[in-house]
Write a protein that binds this ligand. Sequence first.
Ligand code: SAM
Ligand code: CA
Length: 278
Amino acid sequence: RFPIQRKLKLAQVHKQRKAKRKKLLISRVLAMATNTQDQQSQAGRHQEVGHKSLLQSDALYQYILETSVYPREPEPMKELRELTAKHPWNLMTTSADEGQFLNMLLKLINAKNTMEIGVYTGYSLLATALAIPDDGKILAMDVNRENYELGLPVIQKAGVAHKIDFKEGPALPVLDQLVEDEKNHGSFDFIFVDADKDNYLNYHKRLIELVKVGGLIGYDNTLWNGSVVAPPDAPLRKYVRYYRDFVMELNKALAVDPRIEICMLPVGDGITLCRRVK
Ligand code: SAM
Ligand code: CA
């Protein structure tokens, strides 16, 4: 009896060990597969605020930059981009692909009288200044003159500084002043808004009077680093979380505003083009 019992016991232990080994192997394979997926998504997807595109992968974005943006970027814009890259707040700059887009858009609509709210070192300003005719104008506003002056020598060297009327200070009082004078109504062909997101709706109330019927207002960062679709408990940076509600409120308001036609583009951090129709 004893040897048979022992044989049975040994067979049972052997079976258990085999099952254990199989389980271990399966869990290792699963772990490897999951890790690979994780690593791929970590490496391939945008993880951080500051990525200038909402595309699926950095590689695809790099492809756009290297294939069609950088080779065609005007020399002064390249110089300004490289200069800005050394500045501590370079996260704020307009990306090169968006600069190229704005430049093309302004030419397409034959923009002449333009406005920009939020200049920083002037990359989108230069894209605009290079696109409009020699007698074109840009009313440019920013609370910070220092950063504008950082990029100004490059703009001057490009021979387009005479088109710019820079006003230092908050934009809202300037807009109020403009609205007061009827002759400014419907006088702007293009307005680019890239400043304090919590004021976009206040700007919109005034800008809709100032842009001409058929003219464009471009609101920048309307996808706000993708945070507009982040779940409520998502770990967002403080400032992303703070401005997110304002951006979402703006997007909702623009979507139902009968005075404009809109088009939200996933260029840069999202830009919503509003064409005034009445
Ligand atoms: N368009 C710029 C470019 O191409 O580099 C980037 C602009 S940056 C994202 C936002 C700018 O808005 C900052 O330079 C900031 O000083 C400015 N700003 C913030 N609040 C403002 C306000 N109330 N009026 C005017 N400018 C403001
Ligand atoms: Ca922006």
